[in-house]
Design a protein around this ligand. Structure first.
Ligand code: HEM
Length: 207
């Protein structure tokens, strides 16, 4: 077995990824503070209620803008193919620990791709709806029922995004050897062979 390392992400992509992760946590915590009074204490992290309210939309926009950069580079690798649909049929086997029986995957598997698209869609909904009730700047431009509907949709999209990211982080830790892809940029030959054999073949030209 080879000891070689394969490059999976460059420096800029990794820095962007961790910036997104940090901003996501901050935007998420300040958003939760407005979601239910039980979470209002979280505003203390941002200097109180007013500051949390001022900062939340800007932190959310930073998540969306930086994700737009990452997404524009990665969307092609995340397009769902027939091979992914077949992989999906066997997802239960993977959860039972039978990795060897899975159809071979490329750079990302079906689960990773779904997390990607759910993240993209929910961020899109969060940005659009967020503008509709962003007071005092934009809300006066919209009818009140529309702003109310936007608040509801904003919360639904936030729940979807948080669920997707919990799955993303869990999977990253669960598949041993993945986190270093986003910390050091490289993965081991064995990791690539076991988890993304078609990508491994591509990277090593079959060698
Ligand atoms: C503590 C939090 C996080 C951890 C530990 C983490 C970990 C990782 C790891 C290890 C990878 C590489 C996976 C691979 O190449 O197989 C990755 C990729 C990625 N992460 Fe994260 N991540 C976190 C937060 C986030 C957040 C908040 C977002 C977006 C809002 C995000 C979006 C992505 C995207 C788009 C990729 C590329 C995978 C793809 O395109 O399907 N991550 N992350």
């Amino acid at each position: 077995m080879s000891n070689r390392m394969l490059q999976r992400y460059g420096d800029r992509d990794r820095m962007n990824h961790w910036f997104i992760a940090l901003m996501f946590v901050l935007a998420g915590l300040s958003g939760l503070a407005f979601f239910h009074p039980a979470f209002y204490f979280l505003t203390n992290l941002f200097g109180g209620g007013s500051w949390a309210r001022i900062l939340h939309p800007f932190m959310g926009l930073l998540v969306a803008l930086s994700f737009a950069r990452l997404g524009s580079q990665l969307w092609r690798d995340n397009v769902i193919t027939d091979a992914d649909r077949e992989w999906k049929q066997h997802a239960g086997d993977l959860l039972r620990g039978n990795k060897a029986g899975m159809p071979p995957v490329g750079k990302y598997n079906y689960g990773q791709k779904m997390v990607f698209w759910v993240t993209l869609a929910s961020l899109g909904v969060l940005v659009v709806t967020g503008f509709v009730f962003w007071r005092p700047w934009f809300e006066p431009l919209f009818a009140i029922p529309l702003a109310r509907a936007a608040v509801l949709l904003h919360s639904v999209a936030a729940v979807a995004l948080i669920a997707a990211i919990i799955i993303h982080v869990y999977a990253a830790i669960w598949v041993k050897g993945s986190v270093r892809a986003m910390t050091r940029g490289t993965v081991t030959d064995a990791w690539a062979r076991a988890n993304h054999p078609l990508w491994h073949k591509d990277m090593t030209k079959g060698g």
